[in-house]
Design a protein around this ligand. Structure first.
Ligand code: 5GP
Length: 126
């Protein structure tokens, strides 16, 4: 089944410049900006510029250039935030939600970068 992409989703509108965002990094194929409702002192969203719904859509259909750019963008944001554990930072967590069980709110692929505090265990029961 092919994914259908909602061109009116909020991140598509951010990419078109129709609504503002607090940009952290722009690359050829990706955009990073602060989450509007941060869950940690650092809460950055990284999105591809292309019309992908979620992680599996992106992984299966994006070009190698888009995938490489996206991965590098995440790394560069972690570097700029000073949260890389190998570089003296205290660490971070990447989260990507997909579909109903993943409780995905915005249907444009995005990775959350969370850091700046102890985040606790990965999942809570229930
Ligand atoms: P999801 O649940 O889809 O993984 O996460 C969507 C995220 O997008 C949420 O953390 C939410 O706070 C964030 N978000 C929703 N609308 C906006 C917006 O207009 N601007 C920004 N910067 N973040 C948004």
């Amino acid at each position: 089944m092919a994914y259908s992409y909602d061109t009116q989703n909020i991140f598509a509108r951010i990419l078109r410049g129709e609504i503002p965002c607090a940009k952290v990094l722009e690359t050829a194929h990706s955009l990073a900006f602060n989450d509007i409702q941060p869950q940690a002192p650092h809460h950055v969203l990284v999105i591809p510029r292309g019309a992908y719904v979620n992680a599996d859509h992106f992984a299966l259909e994006a070009s190698d250039a888009e995938i490489a750019d996206f991965a590098r963008c995440i790394g560069q944001v972690c570097q700029s935030l000073g949260i890389r554990p190998g570089e003296g930072g205290a660490g971070y967590r990447l989260i990507t939600n997909a579909g109903e069980d993943g409780v995905q709110e915005v249907p444009h692929y995005h990775v959350h970068i969370l850091g700046g505090r102890m985040l606790g265990r990965m999942l809570q029961k229930g």
